[in-house]
Design a protein around this ligand. Structure first.
Ligand SMILES: Nc1ncnc2c1ncn2[C@@H]1O[C@H](COP(=O)(O)OP(=O)(O)O)[C@@H](O)[C@H]1O
Ligand SMILES: N[C@@H](CCC(=O)OP(=O)(O)O)C(=O)O
Length: 380
């Protein structure tokens, strides 16, 4: 969906702190107010995808904990109780306005597997076409620490990329991004527009403000960065401000609007997936000549530009591209398996055919390759 006809596809992220009472439990009043705000967008014909935290907050007391648990198994157990309660509350309120909600639980590995990624997108597209409101959360009970999103900010940016949203709205307990952590610096100023995330902006971000929040401002900035890199404008504002979601879509809300003017950041779907979701399975170390060809001139990476191959991977895997100084310069989808590349590295055309008996082609096509110099994606 694009913005020209003003019917937008909008992803809204609601954090734990925006849904809970002072005791850390889900506040029905807060939840219902937010749903009523979202419904105004539905009534205008917009498509909405809600990314909602709150499962742990909704479940930990029924698990017998007096406070929000800190150990992973207890958080997972609390989420398994709370997720159903959370969905029940959302479903009831949406239904009272005539809208149906659906639950989508997702993990980081669902994003790194291209088939599962496409399946998730197809499912959400069907739901949106039928007027349903998909409500997404991390599948807390099955994710291990190493593979957890942990905070839902990054998850919401990835969901925005997945569904090719026109806008991402992140709601928190603060009215936007300040130029310093406002708890430590009372002089901190609200930034109402950010067109580039500079190192100074990243340094301004402090830890979570509430006992229930996980990500803090750092993960909200990371989320804005991911969304902006896909050309998706992002708004950050205060959840308890009246009609905030509706006003954010109509650009009249108080808060921070992250919007890049750089059209080149608007990656196509495959490059977006390679840059932000894929899990690299090995390394290709390349020569200086090959580095300047792919990084400066955006050309294909040819087998004769490969110096060394690390790891075991199949044809079609995503690999890190490393220079001779051991710097990661990008990511790409390989046309050869690691064992083939180990044999043909440093060779050209017909030599390749002789060595592995297949018609030679590029090791990584330029359409399947993203360089860190061009796209500010996470490294490592
Ligand atoms: N530069 C900053 N600008 C705004 N808030 C900041 C900044 N640095 C740290 N914070 C803190 O981040 C908190 C929001 O993050 P968090 O508690 O994780 O909320 P949520 O549950 O909504 O994700 C704010 O309440 C604020 O105290
Ligand atoms: N998936 C977890 C949420 C993690 C979390 O607390 O996120 P956030 O409130 O966005 O910092 C839950 O539903 O409780």
């Amino acid at each position: 969906m694009n913005s020209s006809n003003e019917k937008k596809r909008i992803v809204i992220k609601i954090g734990s702190s925006s849904l809970t009472s002072r005791l850390g439990e889900i506040s029905r009043r807060k939840l219902e107010r937010l749903v009523d705000d979202l419904v105004k967008l539905k009534d205008e014909g917009h498509e909405i995808v809600l990314v909602s935290s709150g499962a742990v907050a909704a479940g930990y007391r029924k698990l017998g904990c007096l406070e929000r648990p800190t150990s992973l198994p207890e958080k997972q157990a609390a989420a398994s109780i709370g997720q159903g309660l959370l969905m029940e509350a959302y479903s009831e309120r949406f239904l009272s306005h005539g809208y149906t909600a659906s639950q989508i639980l997702i993990t980081r590995s669902d994003f790194s597997d291209r088939n599962r990624y496409n399946n998730a997108r197809n499912t959400i597209n069907v739901l949106l076409e039928r007027g349903i409101v998909p409500i997404v959360n991390e599948n807390d009970t099955v994710t291990i620490k190493r593979l957890k999103f942990g905070d839902n900010d990054t998850l919401s940016a990835k969901v925005a990329g997945l569904v090719e949203a026109d806008q991402l709205i992140i709601l928190s307990d603060i009215d936007g991004l300040y130029d310093a952590d406002p708890r430590k610096n009372p002089e901190a100023q609200l930034m109402d527009k950010v067109s580039e995330i500079t190192p100074e902006i990243e340094d301004a971000a402090g830890e979570p403000g509430s006992a229930v929040g996980t990500g803090g401002m750092r993960s909200k900035i990371d989320a804005a960065k991911i969304a902006m890199s896909s050309g998706i404008p992002t708004f950050l504002g205060r959840a308890d401000s009246a009609d905030i979601i509706y006003q954010a879509v109509h650009k009249s809300a108080k808060g921070t609007y992250f919007e890049s003017d750089d059209e080149s950041l608007n990656l196509d779907d495959k490059k977006h997936w390679i840059a932000f979701n894929s899990g690299p399975e090995g390394d290709i170390i390349i020569t200086d000549e090959a580095k300047s060809e792919i990084a400066d001139q955006e050309k294909n990476l040819l087998p004769d530009g490969i110096y060394y191959v690390n790891g075991h991977f199949k044809k079609g895997a995503v690999v890190r591209i490393i220079d001779l100084d051991k710097n990661e310069i990008g990511l790409g989808v390989t046309n050869y398996s690691s064992s083939e590349l180990k044999k043909i590295k440093g060779h050209k055309g017909e030599e390749i055919t002789k060595i592995i008996n297949v018609t030679a082609k590029e090791a990584i096509n330029k359409n399947d390759l993203v360089c860190h110099d061009h796209i500010p994606m996470p490294i490592g």
